[in-house]
Design a protein around this ligand. Structure first.
Ligand code: SAH
Ligand code: SF4
Ligand code: F3S
Length: 444
């Protein structure tokens, strides 16, 4: 087998960042990444299992890999579907050599050694109860300006619909010292934005007991060179007021909180085992609205959970109005293997779920039109992410995580990762348009 690899990644930000760590680990073991699977000796498939018959899609894709088997290529299935389906993957796709869930990645070097010795059916599936996290100095970061740090892995919440506690194992945090060390190294390497990650990032508990989550946010935010700190995803149950206070006190912490509500109906929240009510959630939103900073709020919503009535849906719709989110990610409920909701009567047809989803999306679009319109004439700091050549615009992002497309009168295009003051001249429900102000002290 040639020591080259190709990796394909699906799923959430944590999965994307896992892949950065897996790539770093492989490179450390002497493997070189290639961008075309035809050139690879080892093909890795980092899978997601959150919705929509994910496992079927994985097996379908593995069928396509079958053709490549004759070329001497090896295959590894990792991530959430790997953990969920386990050794069944070998039975259905015998040409796969490694099946490993994310709780086992720290053992990857050993798995690779076994692969090179010609072993087959190599598994990393038994670590779901581990208290260890996957910490490695070898991270192949894909963005040179914005870097991710997983501070807490796994999930212990067991919401009725969700596979994550089964696929990612126990909730376990890294020490604050280790997070600070990585963040400082990244700042020294030129990163200006850090995103702290966890399925429930604010459930963070420093194993050494030195820092609360809010204190860690502040500590990362005061590392010299760091201009923006984001964190995702927060869970309402563990959302404490000191998080809002620390955002108010620390300018580098971004003006954005993603706090998934899932439903606006306390009855459905109970059935989902979210362990909070609409009122509890709205109390946390009230803290955010009382902040000195203009905090942008976003959420995830599930429509069509078993037993959801029109009245429950209306509760979610009114919650959208009350909170006034800047974005929502809304999904139709899909029954997932091993979860308590898997066997609840999935009584609503796909048509009903789609219609309900559309009701919420239409309502939300109107809310966003008004929210984004508020920014007209404002000046905001924008970090450059790329360029839209066709429209001759620079693409960037505000502290609130809004997309800002802007133009400049400067002759030299601003580099990606640089920050600019931009005046907003036009607004849409999902993006803003503006013009860069002249750099201070420069004559245009
Ligand atoms: N830990 C986070 C995010 C979990 S997964 C949280 O608790 O909020 C991301 C989103 O996928 C969830 O917020 C939820 O809206 C959605 N999701 C999870 N399981 C789902 C399912 N079975 N059907 C539909 N959507 C689901
Ligand atoms: Fe899934 Fe709930 Fe855990 Fe989020 S908190 S990952 S929705 S079980
Ligand atoms: Fe998917 Fe696993 Fe993330 S199921 S959303 S990759 S935690």
């Amino acid at each position: 087998m040639s020591k080259t690899f190709y990796i394909e990644t699906f799923g959430c930000q944590m999965n994307a960042h896992d892949s950065e760590k897996v790539v770093g680990t492989l490179e450390q073991q002497g493997y070189a990444q290639v961008q075309d699977e035809a050139d690879a000796g080892l093909i890795l498939y980092n899978t997601c299992s959150i919705r929509d018959k994910a496992e079927q899609k994985v097996f379908h894709r593995l069928n396509e890999y079958k053709k490549l088997q004759g070329e001497g290529k090896k295959f590894a299935v990792i991530g959430c579907v790997a953990q969920q389906e386990g050794e069944k993957i070998f039975d259905k796709a015998p040409y796969v050599s490694i099946v490993a869930g994310s709780a086992s990645y720290r053992n990857l070097p050993g798995m690779l050694d076994r692969l090179e010795r010609g072993d087959s059916r190599i598994t990393g599936l038994d670590d779901k109860k581990t208290t260890e996290t996957f910490e490695t100095p070898f991270v192949a970061r894909t963005n040179p300006h914005r870097g991710y740090i997983t501070i807490i892995e796994g999930c212990d919440k067991f919401c009725a619909y969700c596979v994550v506690p089964y696929t990612r194992g126990n909730e376990r945090s890294r020490t604050a010292a280790s997070v600070m060390e990585e963040a400082t190294r990244m700042a020294d390497a030129g990163f200006t934005e850090i995103q702290l990650l966890g399925q429930n990032v604010n459930s963070y508990r420093d194993p050494s007991g030195k820092m609360t989550f809010a204190e860690l946010l502040q500590a990362v935010g005061t590392i010299p060179g760091i201009r923006r700190v984001r964190f995702t995803t927060s869970h309402p149950r563990d959302f404490t007021k000191d998080i809002v206070d620390v955002i108010d006190a620390t300018p580098t912490l971004c003006d954005h909180i993603h706090l998934p509500v899932q439903s606006g109906s306390s009855r459905i929240l109970k059935a989902m085992a979210r362990e909070y009510t609409r009122e509890w959630y709205l109390e946390r939103i009230a803290w955010m609205k009382a902040a000195k900073r203009d905090l942008s709020l976003t959420s995830d919503i599930i429509v069509g959970f078993p037993g959801e009535t029109d009245a429950d849906l209306e509760d979610t719709a009114t919650l959208l109005d009350v909170v006034g989110y800047d974005a929502i990610f809304a999904f139709k409920f899909s029954p997932r293997p091993n979860t308590p909701a898997e066997h609840l009567a999935d009584s609503l047809s796909d048509e009903v779920k789609s219609a309900r989803l559309q009701i919420l999306l239409d309502r939300q679009r109107e809310i966003q039109r008004i929210n984004y319109d508020r920014h007209l004439g404002q000046v905001m700091e924008v970090m450059v992410e790329g360029y839209n050549k066709a429209r001759n615009q620079i693409i960037g992002r505000s502290s609130q995580n809004k997309t800002v497309n802007f133009t400049t009168t400067q002759l030299i295009m601003p580099a990606t990762g640089t920050y600019h003051q931009v005046r907003i001249t036009q607004t849409f429900p999902n993006s803003l348009v503006g013009e860069a102000l002249a750099a201070p002290g420069r004559v245009q």
